[in-house]
Write a protein that binds this ligand. Structure first.
Ligand code: GAR
Length: 216
């Protein structure tokens, strides 16, 4: 069977891109990363694509007069690359409703919080300020509202007493590198069904054990 062609959009470091590349390289994986697009010419993550021999396109948003023009160029690259799924992986541009609707249910994002808590930026500092004992990350289908849309996967991690934003971010990032490849695999295997605001997952089991923090 033909593998699903995935395009990954990045703006920076690209550690989630690296995790996706590694996962898709395993034998018989149902997806392949066919294209990496960055809006930042200097994005460090582009090196991961280069090393893996994956075609790279740079679409610098500053070269365009407005968002629709930038998004038209982005859309053209994704279509030319034959993308069946588009993964936002640290892509730090807001996408407008027409673009999001054009890729509806074929466009997913990873966000470093347990959505719907802590949408937007500085998630870890805000989670610490709020005093939550558990944080995590979410992969979701993209909708026009920022950091909203049907949830595919989440992972929870404890917040520890001596955490700062950097330590918490590192713990969450390790979980991101596990759930993003999982979400892509589930999509590629055709096991996700969007039902309104929820995602039904065919043939997946769930853990029954709760995460307690603190322990008594
Ligand atoms: C990740 O933590 C990702 O969840 C976050 O940016 C980081 C990118 O890291 N995304 C957002 O905050 C989007 N709202 P990476 O470039 O190493 O994958």
């Amino acid at each position: 069977m033909a593998r699903l062609r995935v395009a990954v959009l990045i703006s920076g470091r690209g550690s989630n891109l690296a995790a996706l590349i590694a996962a898709c390289r395993t034998p018989d994986h149902p997806a392949e990363i066919g294209l990496v697009v960055s809006n930042e010419p200097a994005a460090a993550g582009l090196a991961h694509a280069g090393r893996a021999g994956i075609p790279v396109r740079v679409v610098p948003h500053r070269d365009f007069s407005d968002r629709p023009a930038f998004e038209a160029a982005l859309d053209a690259e994704l279509r030319a690359g034959g993308a069946g799924l588009v993964c936002l992986a640290g892509f730090m541009r807001i996408l407008t409703a027409p673009f999001v609707e054009r890729w509806r249910d074929r466009l997913i994002n990873i966000h470093p919080s347990l959505l719907p808590a802590f949408r937007g930026l500085d998630t870890h500092a805000r989670a610490l300020a709020a005093g939550v004992r558990v944080s995590g990350c979410t992969v979701h289908f993209v909708r026009p509202e920022t950091d909203a849309g049907p949830i595919i996967c989440q992972a929870a991690v404890p917040v520890l007493p001596d955490d700062d934003a950097e330590r918490l971010a590192a713990r969450v990032l390790a979980a991101e590198h596990r759930i993003y490849p999982l979400a892509v695999r589930l999509f590629a295997e055709g096991r996700l069904k969007v039902e309104g605001e929820r995602v039904a997952i065919m043939g997946a089991s769930a853990p029954e054990s709760p995460l307690f923090n603190p322990l008594p």
